[in-house]
Design a protein around this ligand. Sequence first.
Ligand code: WTA
Length: 655
Amino acid sequence: MSQLFQPPAAFAKTAHIKSLAEYEKLHKFSVENPEAFWSEQAEKCFWMKKWNKVVEYSCPDAKWFVGGKTNLCAHAVDAQVKAGFGDKVALVWEGEPMPEGKPEIKKLTYSQLLVEVSKLGNVLKAKGVKKGDVVTIYMPMTLDIVVAMLACARIGAVHSVIFGGFSASAIRDRIEDCKSKLVITTDGGWRRGKVVPLKTNVDEGIAEGAAKDLVKTVLVYERIGGDCATYAAGRDEKVAPLLAAASAECAPEEMDSEDLAFILYTSGSTGKPKGIMHSVGGYMVHTTMTAKLTFDLKPEDPSEMYWCTADVGWITGHSYVVYGMLPNRVPCLIYEGAPDAPAQDRFWDIIARHKVSKFYTAPTAIRTFMKWGEELVTKHDLSSLKVLGTVGEPINPEAWLWYHRVIGGNNCPIVDTWWQTETGGHMLTPLPGATPTDPGSCTRPMLGIDMAVVDEAGKEVPQGEAGILVVRKPWPSMLRGVYGNRERFIETYWTKVPGLYTAGDGAKIDENGNFWILGRIDDIILVAGHNVGTAEVESSLVAHPRCAEAAVVGFPHDIKGNGIAAFCILRGAYPQGAEAEALKKELVAHVSKQLGPTCRPDKLFITEALPKTRSGKIMRRLLRDVAVGKDITQDTSTLDDVAALHKLAAAAKQG
Ligand code: WTA
């Protein structure tokens, strides 16, 4: 069923990598000579002292650029200023409110950014923050959050960013896990026309438990002002007056390549969040290279404007808003709010206003836009777009084709990037000028990355068959562990297939050598002896004109071992009674016809919402309980909308 899309010829001509043959040659060299390849990439980055060994590996522990000294902030900011680009715009920010139809827009050049991070670095130092201390950041999408991260990196503090959509208890758990003493937050942020009371959430989070004694200082930026936040004497302080008094000179700390750079707790679609650790040098090299190649960034091209819609609180924001982007000197746009504020065409309005050339978003967002309708897109001029990216979940072909046609005007390569918080940067992705794309496939490994699909013994499975997705060789931005939990690190990533990194995803490789992600291994359903990937059945459902979004899970079945339960969000009106029953039958028959009777859903529920994490991933473990009418007793702390889940569970119980 493959349907290859070639990179547009005019695009390929000027791309960093211009053809599949060129990619294949480079990739072969890179995996056969990883030290030569990665050292060449590292040479392009900023170092205070050169490394003396490229990699030292004793599975599962890797050290990259051993003996090298650098600083992530100096690489991202100072090095650009020193190279003469101080006046170039580094970041562009647009706020959510649109008083009189116009948003607030702010810009920071590299020189201005340098001043901001240096001042905050000095403020943090004055508050007693030392190299290696963990600083918690809980902020909305403003320029300040980027400054806060870079200021930590500058003085050698380890940041732990908590997504601004998380609640007080999530803040408490994370602060207690990494024993953070200082929190940087904002009084509030705008989201869908409402103020999110971030400072109040912090107050609640640290009002009890171990966090109460741990946190000594809370620094508060003001986005809303007025009495949005309250300040506890001796603990809380507004940051603005401190910045006004701080010196703009703050030398970047010399960091060992293997020093801890940051901790980021994973979105946790499968249980208690893990503090993923990344180190300085390898992360710097990997993210800088992949941002450039995946988005084909051209700093010398004045029409470049990159926009990643991910929150900085996710790894996507860490790597492809901050650390991998800034060194590439292409202006990076940050938008504060929701895609439907004030109306459902806000994203297209933003793209047209800022003439965005590279756009990076998530499949869940694309499916939502499809549901909202094409007319909202076509009334805006999106002709500035050159490359479209997706990340976070398998993108079903239907959504891919819509993205390509409606957003990309049939003229933009789509980079479907597969990677994880744990991998730090892109691992599987098309290169936009080189790789023919196939809707739904994340295609090939990134340069320097050796990946395969294997069985439990580590043997490659035959072409077209489902297996376990693994990385066979260490890579620079690989996680260095789970904070405070060595056992969980080994158990989660290194025991399924001895000696190889297992990502937890199932995959297959097709006749063109393209990788297809089948969903999380834990989600793969063994139906009457056949492996059924949730992603395949969901894609098939979404290909039906009445189905906007679908989630599929297994449930115990007397005869087949496991049965398939499907949950569908509809496009258009929701029918009732006999009409609803007829539509359910039609959807079931549609899957059976497309994928064969093995994949036929045994139960199908029509629903208005699906349980998702805040980053938009469907929490299938919750749906497994819903499918069999069990009460939800699992941890739902990372769930976006708990009420929607309970509504769905009640409806499912009634049949
Ligand atoms: C899934 C996000 C299919 C996958 C950067 C992975 C994807 C998990 C893709 C990591 C993709 C991410 N195609 N699946 N292009 N990208 N995933 O840690 O299951 O939030 O293991 O990192 O998302 O999610 P995380």
